[in-house]
Write a protein that binds this ligand. Structure first.
Ligand SMILES: Cc1cc2nc3c(=O)[nH]c(=O)nc-3n(C[C@H](O)[C@H](O)[C@H](O)COP(=O)(O)OP(=O)(O)OC[C@H]3O[C@@H](n4cnc5c(N)ncnc54)[C@H](O)[C@@H]3O)c2cc1C
Length: 416
């Protein structure tokens, strides 16, 4: 069923009784050409691009929970391509371009909203760093505007400009950045892949990888063994666990990241705003809730829940930036498990096991990457060579020293 104004009108006249489930609840077959582990944004996008761009449709996405139960349904929905380093900029810009055409491509309303992402600066040194970043972006064909304090004040007048511990001096704006409804991304990719014949298998946990003579031959799951010619890992915060099943130790640590949403308010903030003097960012959802977050919890965990010290830390930054927030009520908070790589950049690569591919290390920036990640991972799996915009995301860079340390923070997950 194709979604359109005509299908909506027809269903309206029929009392909305004819809508079909968005995807089949497939049972696993005995064998696939490609088996993708992880039904998050990246796994589902990979399946869609394998089927739609490479004609490979004997594909299964194996998800241990339900579609959208991982980080794809837990993130704060920000998309942007304001990166500095050559290894990152073309990839994230490719992703932003795919976001711009996504709804037509997958015939699904993902509520892509290019409302602008504004990174605030609070010192001369930070302004210089943002000017450099903005110049690098423009040289790479990415939009960027450096704003002074009065330009920022005209956009977001209610922030604390003068009396905060770190007064706002200005900001770097990417107008094409914004937000996308995250669960719609999962549902839209699942539906698009399913329509081309991909099996979306939910409630099926991969418990082992079957390897013979250095080559992957299939997986063990909670619903029995499945054979596969190629297996692709896209399990985000569980990457180290799955890689360990193949005897691999990844340069990745898993940490919790929390997010928060307030009660619904009338429209109050049009853009995504990030605080430059602490780790805090905020936007407003289409339902009216203020959506915000901050730093990762400072310990390793695979539990999708966080702890109180980071909540206090995030609220302190919130009050420092926007004191009026003290008068709103919190509705919910939650956590997700992040695959923090040691240089803050992702991995899209082969592994030492023939036929086993790895997509991991997204830290807390993987939602914006979803389309390009799936696009480039599908390219790698189908052609056995990296896509031109993802050549830097190699697993061996931690051995060769060719790391992509966007923030110059070294191997410290809490600073990425
Ligand atoms: C609170 C929070 C805020 C964030 N905010 C942003 C943001 O604003 N912008 C941004 O760009 N990024 C953000 N991120 C990061 C982003 O959400 C992730 O980097 C991205 O979603 C990871 O890729 P994914 O969607 O494929 O992951 P997931 O949705 O986590 O998918 C992985 C899937 O693998 C499944 N799985 C794991 N083990 C197995 C197994 N053994 N067998 C079968 N299936 C398995 C899991 O159940 C899960 O569904 C945020 C993350 C969090 C938690």
């Amino acid at each position: 069923m194709r979604y359109s104004i005509f299908s909506l009108a027809a269903q309206t006249l029929a009392g909305h009784r004819g809508w079909k489930p968005a995807w089949r609840d497939a049972a696993p077959k005995a064998e696939y050409d490609v088996l993708i582990i992880g039904g998050g944004g990246h796994g589902l996008a990979t399946a869609h691009y394998l089927a739609s761009r490479h004609g490979i449709t004997n594909v299964a996405v194996i998800e241990k929970g339900y579609i959208g139960s991982g980080n794809v349904g837990r993130n704060t929905t920000i998309i942007r391509s304001n990166y500095l380093l050559p290894g990152n900029t073309p990839f994230y810009e490719h992703s932003l371009k795919l976001w711009e055409g996504l709804e037509q491509d997958i015939n699904y309303n993902a509520m892509v909203s290019q409302r602008g992402v504004l990174n605030l600066y609070h010192s001369d040194a930070q302004r210089d760093a943002y000017a450099r970043r903005g110049n690098a972006m423009r040289l790479a064909g990415v939009d960027a505007d450096l704003l002074d304090r009065e330009q920022v004040r005209a956009m977001v007048p209610f922030l604390n400009y003068e009396t905060g511990r770190f007064p706002i001096q200005g900001g770097l704006l990417q107008k094409r950045g914004g937000s996308v409804r995250h669960d719609a991304v999962a549902w839209g990719y699942a539906r698009a892949a399913d329509q081309r014949g991909v099996d979306i298998v939910q409630n099926c946990e991969v418990t082992g990888l079957t390897i013979a003579n250095g080559r992957i031959t299939g997986v063990e799951t909670s619903r029995g063994p499945i054979r596969a010619k190629k297996v692709a890992l896209a399990v985000a915060g569980n990457s180290s666990r799955l890689a360990a099943m193949a005897g691999m130790r990844l340069p990745i640590e898993t940490h919790v990241l929390q997010a928060f949403v307030s009660e619904g308010l009338k429209p109050v903030i049009d853009n995504v705003v990030t605080y430059g003097a602490g780790h805090f960012y905020i936007s407003q959802s289409d339902k009216g809730g203020l959506v915000f977050g901050g730093d990762i919890d400072g310990y390793n965990s695979y539990a999708q829940r966080g702890n109180l010290p980071v909540i206090e830390d995030v609220m302190e930054s919130a009050m420092g930036l926007w004191p009026g927030l003290g008068r709103i009520r919190m509705l919910r908070h939650w956590g997700g498990v992040m695959d923090m790589s040691m240089d803050g950049s992702p991995i899209i690569d082969h592994t030492p096991v023939d036929g086993l591919y790895l997509n991991a290390g997204w830290c807390y920036g993987g939602f914006k990457a979803t389309p390009a990640s799936g696009f480039c991972f599908a390219h790698l799996i189908a052609r056995d060579e990296p896509h031109p915009v993802a050549t830097a995301f190699r697993l061996d860079r931690f051995a060769t020293g060719r790391v992509i340390d966007e923030k110059g923070a070294g191997a410290q997950p809490n600073l990425h």
